[in-house]
Design a binder for this molecule. Structure first.
Ligand SMILES: [Fe+2]
Length: 247
């Protein structure tokens, strides 16, 4: 079965992820060993300090170079996305559509660390869905568990306004393992992603995390996450079809 990793800083020298092409290739090799067949490259974009033009050009060039090499080496297939940092009013900014995952309606959204989840944040997320027609995927939702307003974030997920992913590294960590289990059991986790940045400090842990989930919550829990990644993959590739029931 395929596995799509929806969050990875694998593009060479564009953000705080892979520092060069050698690292990008090493990360793709590690992902492949862990069963990942497809991966969305999600470089950071900070609207307060980054220029859209510069970002688009740098990222496109890095993507094309890596894609070609990855194909030659039979490494996981890469799609282009972005990890877009939240800014106030983004729910009404049509410009953010360009940051969606590979021309789909899915947007990987990073909330600021440590800041409370205010009404403005919640309303912006609702507007991303309802006004802009994009489905926000909340990046590493486990990171916000201690922040005031976390329950409101979870409600957005259970109301199908947003989706959320947890980081594989958190699943196998001492600090966040229990929290991740609770989030999975509660039905709040759409995807398990690597958010890999580097070979040594932040390598991918997809396989270890799926094994851990399987051991603790049963095999079906891990399978469900794999199936969800396949659903999104089919949507990205345009092969997803809703089942039609007649009568
Ligand atoms: Fe990230």
């Amino acid at each position: 079965m395929n596995y799509l990793d929806i969050h990875a800083h694998i593009l060479p020298s564009v953000d705080d992820g892979a520092k060069d092409m050698e690292t990008s290739i090493a990360l793709l090799e590690m992902l492949k060993e862990q069963g990942v067949t497809h991966v969305v490259a999600t470089p950071h974009f900070y609207p307060d300090s980054d220029s859209i033009e510069e970002f688009s050009e740098t990222v496109k060039n890095a993507f094309c170079e890596l894609e070609e090499l990855a194909q030659k080496k039979q490494l996981p297939k890469i799609f282009l996305g972005c990890e877009l940092r939240y800014f106030s009013g983004m729910g009404k900014s049509r410009a953010i559509k360009q940051f969606a995952v590979q021309n789909t309606d899915y947007l990987l959204l990073e909330l600021p660390y440590g800041a409370p989840i205010t009404k403005t944040v919640i309303n912006d997320i609702i507007d991303i869905k309802e006004v802009l027609g994009l489905t926000p995927i909340l990046a590493h939702i486990e990171r916000y568990s201690k922040v005031p307003g976390f329950k409101k974030l979870l409600k957005l997920v259970s109301d199908n306004v947003a989706q959320a992913h947890i980081n594989a590294g958190a699943v196998i960590s001492k600090e966040d393992a229990r929290l991740c289990e609770k989030l999975i059991k509660g039905g709040y986790v759409s995807y398990l992603a690597s958010d890999t940045h580097s070979v040594v400090n932040r390598p991918p842990y997809i396989k270890q995390a799926l094994d851990t989930i399987s051991n603790k919550l049963g095999r079906s829990a891990a399978t469900r996450l794999t199936i969800k990644s396949n659903r999104l993959l089919e949507e990205i590739e345009g092969t997803y079809e809703e089942y039609q029931f007649n009568g």
